[in-house]
Every structure is written in C-alpha cells, then in structure tokens.
Design a binder for this molecule. Structure first.
Ligand code: ADP
Ligand code: ADP
Length: 225
C-alpha cells in the first residue's frame, strides 16, 4: 500500500511556479527523501501533504486521507517537523512534551514511557528539565524530533532533518530514523544533501524546478545530482 500518492500537484506563488505538476508514490515502510537544490519545491510539497497549504491543482493521498479535503484528519495521523523549527524558549523539553500530549490526546502513562524511551534513544535525558533556550541547536532538534514522534504516528514528515547539526547528533538522528522505519513506519524527508540521501534512504525522488525528474535507489545516485 502507498503511504503517500500525489498526482500532478501544482502550486504558484504569484508569478513563481513552485510546483509544476509533481507526481510521486511512497510505499508504506519506506525511508524516502526528496532531494533537490534550495527552491526546488521540497518544502512546498511537504506543506501540501501535511495539510498546511492548498495546491492550485492536482491531488494527493496521505495514509488514505486527502490532505486538501481533510487537512485536520491528515494532521491527526502524521508527525511533522518543519525546517529549523525550535521548541518554545520559555518551556523545558518536559513541559513541551506535556503540551504536545495535551494537544495529541496522549495519556500520562504512555507519555512518560515514550519520553523516557525517546530521550534515551536520542541521548538527551539529562536535559529534560533545562529551559529549551539553554539547549544547543542539536539538543533542540532532538526535542523537536521527539515531539513530532510522541503520538507514535505511522508516517512522519521532516524537512531538512540534519541541517546545522554536529556530526555526532547527525549520526544519532540517522540511526533513530532508520530504527523507526525498521518498525514498519514511513519517513518522508527533504534534503539538499546527496550524501544524506544516499546513505540514509531506501529511495530518493529528485526534484528540480517543481517537478520530479527521477526516482533512484541510493546506489544509483551519481554525480551531478
Ligand atoms: P527552504 O527553501 O530553505 O526550504 P522555504 O522555502 O521553506 O525555505 O522558506 C521558509 C519560509 O519562507 C516559508 O514559510 C515560505 O513560505 C517562505 N518563503 C520562501 N520563499 C519565499 C519568497 N520568495 N517570498 C515569500 N516567502 C517565502
Ligand atoms: P525547497 O524546499 O526545495 O527549498 P520551496 O518549496 O521552499 O523549495 O520553494 C520553492 C519556490 O517557491 C522557491 O523559489 C521559493 O522561494 C518559493 N516560495 C516558497 N514559499 C513561498 C511563499 N510563501 N511565497 C513566495 N514564494 C515562495
């Protein structure tokens, strides 16, 4: 079954064409990346699939739900982490997770168990009660990743998950995403970094100027992409 399917998605901002008829399928259980230079349309695609933005034309299905017709229904079922997002500066990670749990309807037992599990997997347990504003960029990204996964969604969208992270944190995040995929879930990420796509992903969709120009296995990714 496809976790994600789109057909001929189009989106312009004024005169600027961000998506020029993008069609793609992502099967369930895949770690998939959209790879392309800045401005290629990756974030626009993610914003449409996550019910944050209406396309001008075309159709999409996310876990069998139409994100254009039922954006709330899609958002309930997925995890989303936009690019370079930070947790609220006036909260600690633990307070932020309490907030996410209240919005997502996660009960107290599941919440404390998952916070323990994710914080241990991503190595930030000792920071759970430190103000977010006092965390490094890498620690903040770990907090945001945990927040996006806290309701245990089957499908997660992450825009540029590794940007501005030090190499050790990058490794931790990569291993975490792989283990999540190995549990049978789907991960859809965007990256402008061919090495990230080649190392981490099962399949890579190459976007240029708002269109999918190829879909490749990592081993097939060559120079110039
Ligand atoms: P990136 O290219 O790094 O993925 P985005 O394109 O997602 O960054 O831009 C981040 C934010 O800025 C988004 O909310 C997007 O809608 C907005 N944005 C991007 N380009 C423009 C632009 N040319 N004019 C106005 N807003 C823009
Ligand atoms: P990517 O994520 O691949 O960097 P985006 O989807 O963010 O690409 O952007 C695609 C194009 O649309 C870019 O030229 C960007 O500047 C433009 N764009 C994105 N968001 C906006 C916006 N809100 N207003 C105007 N232009 C935008």
């Amino acid at each position: 079954m496809n976790a994600i399917a789109t057909a001929d998605l189009r989106k312009s901002y004024g005169d600027l064409t961000a998506l020029a008829g993008l069609t793609l399928d992502v099967p369930s259980g895949e770690l998939f990346a959209l790879l392309g230079p800045n401005g290629a349309g990756k974030s626009t695609t993610i914003r449409i699939l996550t019910g944050q933005l209406r396309p001008d034309a075309g159709s999409a299905s996310v876990l069998g739900v139409d994100p254009v017709e039922d954006p709330v229904g899609v958002r309930e079922r997925i995890g989303v982490l936009p690019e370079q997002e930070s947790p609220p500066s006036f909260m600690t990670p633990r307070e932020y997770f309490d907030f996410v749990a209240s919005v997502r309807g996660i009960d107290d037992d599941a919440l404390s168990e998952r916070v323990e599990t994710w914080a241990a997997r991503l190595s930030f347990r000792e920071k759970l009660d430190t103000l977010n504003t006092d965390l490094s960029r890498g620690q903040q990204q770990k907090v945001m990743i945990t927040g996006a996964f806290l309701h245990d969604p089957d499908l997660v969208f992450i825009d540029e998950p590794l940007v501005n992270l030090d190499p050790i944190v990058q490794e931790t995040v990569k291993r975490f995403l792989e283990s999540y995929r190995d549990d049978g879930n789907t991960v859809f990420l965007s990256t402008h970094d061919i090495d990230v796509a080649a190392e981490l992903c099962d399949r890579v969709g190459i976007v240029r100027e708002g269109d999918l120009v190829a879909t490749r296995r990592p081993a097939e990714l060559g120079e110039g992409e």
